[in-house]
Design a protein around this ligand. Sequence first.
Ligand code: FAD
Length: 382
Amino acid sequence: MSAPVVIVGTGLAGYNLAKEWRKLDTQTPLLLITADDGRSYSKPMLSTGFGKNKDADGLAMAEAGAMTEQLNAEIRTHTRITGIDPGHKRLWIGEEAVPYRDLVLAWGAEPIRIPVEGDAQDAVFPINDLEDYARFRSAVAGKRRVLILGAGLIGCEFANDLTADGYQVELLAPCEQVMPALLHPAAASAVQAGLEELGVRFHLGPVLASLDRQGDALQATLSDGRLIPCDAVVSAVGLRPRTALAAAAGLDINRGVMVDRHLRTSHANIYALGDCAEVDGLNLLYVMPLMACARALAKTLAGEPTAVGYGPMPVTVKTPACPLVVSPPPRGSQGEWTVEGSGRDIKALCREASGALLGYALTGAAVQEKLALNKELPALLA
Ligand SMILES: Cc1cc2nc3c(=O)[nH]c(=O)nc-3n(C[C@H](O)[C@H](O)[C@H](O)COP(=O)(O)OP(=O)(O)OC[C@H]3O[C@@H](n4cnc5c(N)ncnc54)[C@H](O)[C@@H]3O)c2cc1C
């Protein structure tokens, strides 16, 4: 039998590529390898699961067995690849060599772990997949108080979801505003005010000095000396694209595994997409870019080399306490911000000197303007 196309990872990138490719090629052998249980799920649902009262099983859309049928593929679950040998077109699972026709890296990004002093490090939960979510849900069952580390998009979404579900949430981050990498300060203030009104308490500035057990509960000590009693800690301090195995195999890496517009790495027959990939200089950890990559790469794998293009990619942040849509200006662009509105309803627009729209942050009632503004936004990869 000829060597299969091998996809490493069964997240949204791996499964969507497999689905798109199977529309074009139903017969070439396909092998998916995943470190997890291979259930198909939509990761953005992890940060709305409490409000919707869904446990991990409730969020899963299909078991690996059903995906095997649907994709006419073999899926190896709970299997971690440990090396790549591009010269011989094979990868390693421990001592086992697995040949490939083409290899696709869709192995995602991993949560950054900050070192925590104290005796309660095991009470810090990153939530980046279904299994993390299941562990966190069982840890907070019957508990009330959650401390969130990180004021980025994911920290704010969990703050909204957990508070709306009745938890008392404190959010700690060493920055001056929420989502500093994404948001104009006026929009950040609106989102923070919405979350505060819901009940979230913010501690922006200090860091976590230590986390210790106190009986059944925990005590967080902040760097400014404040003490926060809590029952569990969510770590949402950022994600780092997985690159170590690619680097060890001699592939070019930068922030992510570097690929060109055809999703080709620096080695023939090895491709990458999703959170692990840096596509023509852009490492965007969102769903829309990976869907565009999946469609393009499916065609390439089916024999029609196709470059990916990114249109505008606005992100809807799931903070219903203050609705937010954001499209940050392209990196390196020069523009001036103008801000209209007040309170929760902020329209912050970034335009270049010619008047062309580069990006925006819309909150509250202003999110209604997104469709009209999206037509003016520049493509991210034209
Ligand atoms: C809480 C949360 C909310 C989000 N909300 C949004 C949103 O609203 N909108 C949006 O656009 N984006 C959102 N995102 C981002 C979006 O979900 C991700 O960009 C996307 O799901 C990444 O998919 P992926 O397939 O690249 O990676 P992953 O889903 O992380 O999949 C990686 C896969 O690789 C496997 N793997 C890793 N290492 C190995 C190995 N060595 N061997 C074998 N298998 C391996 C893993 O088991 C897994 O199957 C959110 C992210 C989070 C965490």
